[in-house]
Design a protein around this ligand. Sequence first.
Ligand SMILES: Cc1cc2nc3c(=O)[nH]c(=O)nc-3n(C[C@H](O)[C@H](O)[C@H](O)COP(=O)(O)OP(=O)(O)OC[C@H]3O[C@@H](n4cnc5c(N)ncnc54)[C@H](O)[C@@H]3O)c2cc1C
Length: 417
Amino acid sequence: MSNVPPRPSPARLAIVGGGPAGLFVAEIACAAGLQVDLFDAKGSVGRKFLIAGKGGLNLTHSEARPAFDARYRERQHDVARWLDGFDAPALRAWAAARGVETFVGSSGRVFPVDLKAAPLLRGWVRALRDAGVRFHVHHRWTGWEADGRLRFATPAGERLHAADAGVLALGGASWPELGSDGAWVPVLQAQGVDVAPLVPANCGFDVDWSTHLVERHAGAPLKPVVLHWCDVAGRARALQGECVLTATGIEGSAVYAAAADLRDAIARDGAATLTLDLAPGRDPDRLQAALQRPRGRRSIGEHLRRASGLDAAKSALLFERLPREAFEDPARVAAAIKRLPLRLQAARPVAEAISTAGGVRLDALDDALMLRRRPGTFVAGEMLDWEAPTGGYLLTACYASARVAAHGAIDWLAARA
Ligand SMILES: Cc1cc2nc3c(=O)[nH]c(=O)nc-3n(C[C@H](O)[C@H](O)[C@H](O)COP(=O)(O)OP(=O)(O)OC[C@H]3O[C@@H](n4cnc5c(N)ncnc54)[C@H](O)[C@@H]3O)c2cc1C
């Protein structure tokens, strides 16, 4: 008989949600020697991460801190603390350690050299499996039993799972077909956890277009344009970029960058104004002079196109917004080209947005991202109450918060061993 005492079995960590936040928690927890079970409602993990790959997988941004931190708006000081442990260079180094080199694009955004998410995700999941992480797909978490066990709906019926600690990384509510549908909100609220309403971030907006504009130009890009709007503090903001006319309004990368301010203005005032410069870089006086040249036998549209260089979609927007008689007044047309106000009536629904604002309020968590109302349960990723523009800031905060939650769980379990 051996006198060697039995090795204590490792503490069990249950992670719910297999997006980048959940997977990163799994990686850190597994490396720390925990027994990790990862559950996801869908039949595979990382679906939103894969969709992000369709846009080239903008993993992070090369902008230096603290400007980087300021992208997280009202939550910048909290997120900065997470970034102190894992920032953009750390994320690039992490990808490189998985054989995925990254590069800085012209806009400062950071992408994998092959612009793909699938190889990174595949290698990551394989490495986690090899390290001992147990994956349980088709497991939809629905809450806790009175004894603390996690409850899952599975194709084989309800399943209960006991763990020593848990991490929730369930994502927001955008693109629910990819798995994150915000159904966790009432479950946590029932536990007394304070959750800020999930609202769209990086979203499009409704504009009251005519049927004519929709039929002829929905889907047309507007590029380049300069957007002018007011931020929450009433400061004038401007940004050059691209947007797209849609059947319901306007969307696209430049609109996403302004979306948080515009969304909040609509919530406050009932509508918001987004003003477009359809001819960036064009001097207003020269534009007016060109429009003043005799039109001859040319149609108004043809004259406008020749004098201003506006394409069909931009011209259509002008015709949509200006009364017919205004086109006899070159000064008025030039002014409208340089400053065309659009009245935004509503943000598009969160399901259509790139990301979600709102979520578990940071006051409901301690510094280790543990729920004050449920000791032993930690929260990470987009389900937390922060938001950021596109540009790699979303994934970076998901990783950074995941690291905090993972170490929180590891330390919490160690203190109880
Ligand atoms: C089209 C698109 C493109 C994007 N491109 C970029 C980009 O280039 N760069 C960038 O930084 N960000 C991008 N994002 C945002 C980024 O993908 C998300 O911020 C990120 O995936 C959030 O990670 P997460 O782990 O917190 O949540 P998610 O990735 O949403 O993962 C949550 C997981 O939880 C699971 N889940 C949810 N509820 C339950 C439940 N009840 N039970 C069990 N499992 C559940 C889901 O199935 C899902 O797998 C993009 C988003 C979209 C929609």
